[in-house]
Design a protein around this ligand. Structure first.
Ligand code: SF4
Length: 443
């Protein structure tokens, strides 16, 4: 007789990479555990953590503290912490949280079944880095799943002076292209339509692989797969955005007209201190080339305000760059000193109130630009991949345009998971409202 499986609950913090890692955790443990949405019934509770800013790390510490009560109610439950905070803090986490059984680093995911088994005998820490990509388990897709996150590489070699990623995720290594193609093929065979390729710097994909393959070559291989309607990727380093990659937008129909290209600052002095390897002029030149190759391209970015030594003049350069590049969306943050990074020890740290003031001015400017971008879409009929019912009402469907904006519209449930066409009738700060324009495409 089959032994009933135990229950696994995963709480995920941070970026899309962490979301993909959590899926991988569920998968490597699938033989013994079924996922549950209720922490109250978990036999194994995993926190997948983010260390990119102190605030993200504080949230983990606070949740970990509150789990003490749950552990008292369910003494047999094992609690584990994985991801970037686990990699960074290691043993220290065990000392801070007596109810914690397991700490595993960013490369420990592949060893989870053995680690969980060992943690039932005694508390353990595993933050070792592995060499290269181990073969991943065959992915299982959810019924009706139309979008998938597909990791193509791990780690980063860039060591930007503010960033903790190379320390917590290790050096860059790429996944063999044949594994990626097989995974995407399996997803499409199961009815999937949209794939987002993930890595810290996808533009340098392929370095170190035995067979020479570049990121644009990988895109071309994937774009040929029958059934793939939409192809996206994140994140790109502006320095490594090659002419060949820019040309891909003119060439590959599934490649969506959206690019997330983090600039971080508009000041050349600050970009040099950040060790980004490009100037604002280089960046704007690439944006111009991108818009020539793909006139409807929607552009997103990341920005840091209050980097050590940033003056009001530097900040004005950032505001000007944001206006010039006309970002459709940006994710902006106050500089947060991270352990081990060089910028944490830089002199001239900017006071918190100055950072907060700059952040609110930057976000106000971005809000104007985003709304203007949304208003330009009003009156257009756009292709939408319908993702489900909106949170507000089951009668309202929600989906995304190829350019990544969210659109809500009234339509039949049968549209969920399909491509359809929607007339955009209203622009809001964070989304669009539309009217179902045409029956779904048969594709
Ligand atoms: S390229 Fe990105 S992930 Fe790599 S160090 Fe710089 S900011 Fe961090």
């Amino acid at each position: 007789m089959l032994r009933p499986k135990k229950k696994l609950y995963i709480k995920t913090f941070g970026c899309q990479m962490n979301v993909a890692d959590s899926e991988l955790m569920a998968q490597v443990l699938a033989q013994d555990y079924d996922l549950t949405k209720s922490p109250e019934e978990a036999d194994l509770y995993l926190l997948n953590t983010c260390a990119i800013r102190q605030k993200a790390q504080d949230k983990v510490a606070s949740l970990l503290g509150s789990l003490k009560t749950l552990k008292q109610r369910r003494p047999q439950m094992l609690i584990g912490v994985g991801g970037c905070v686990a990699q960074q803090e290691g043993e220290r986490l065990l000392r801070l949280s007596p109810h914690l059984a397991l700490v595993f680093g960013t490369h420990g995911i592949y060893r989870l079944p053995q680690l969980v088994q060992r943690a039932t005998q005694g508390r353990i820490v595993d933050v070792a880095f592995s060499d290269g990509y181990p073969p991943l388990p065959r992915r299982c897709w959810q019924p009706g799943q139309v979008k998938a996150l597909v990791p193509i590489m791990q780690g980063c070699n860039n060591f930007c002076s503010f960033c903790v990623v190379p320390y917590v995720r290790g050096r860059e290594y790429s996944r063999p292209p044949e594994h990626i193609v097989a995974e995407v093929r399996g997803f499409l065979a199961a009815g999937g339509r949209e794939v987002t390729l993930l890595g810290q710097n996808v533009n340098s994909y392929g370095r170190g692989l035995p067979a020479a393959v570049t990121f644009p070559q990988l895109l071309r291989q994937l774009a040929e797969l029958p059934g793939l309607a939409r192809l996206r990727f994140a994140t790109s380093h502006p320095r490594d955005l090659s002419p060949d990659l820019i040309a891909a937008w003119a060439e590959l129909p599934p490649l969506c007209e959206y690019l997330h290209l983090p600039i971080q600052s508009g000041s050349n002095r600050i970009l040099a201190a950040m060790k980004r390897g490009y100037t604002r002029e280089d960046y704007l030149h690439k944006v111009e080339k991108l818009r020539q190759a793909c006139p409807g391209l929607s552009l997103g970015t990341d920005l840091i305000v209050g980097f050590p030594g940033e003056t009001e003049h530097d900040f004005q350069d950032t505001l000007n760059l944001v206006r010039e590049a006309r970002f459709d969306v940006s994710f902006s943050f106050k500089f947060s000193p991270r352990p081990q990074t060089r910028a944490a020890a830089f002199p001239d740290q900017v006071p918190e109130e100055v950072k907060a003031d700059r952040l609110s001015r930057l976000q106000a400017l971005q809000a104007e630009l985003t709304l203007a971008a949304h208003q330009r879409l009003v009156g257009q009929v756009q292709e939408v991949l319908v993702e489900g019912a909106s949170k507000r009402s089951p009668q309202i469907l929600t989906g995304r345009l190829r350019t990544n904006q969210v659109v809500n519209f009234a339509g039949p449930q049968e549209l969920v998971g399909r491509l359809t066409r929607v007339l955009i009738i209203e622009a809001h700060p964070h989304s669009l409202r539309g009217e179902w324009a045409l029956p779904p495409q048969s594709s």
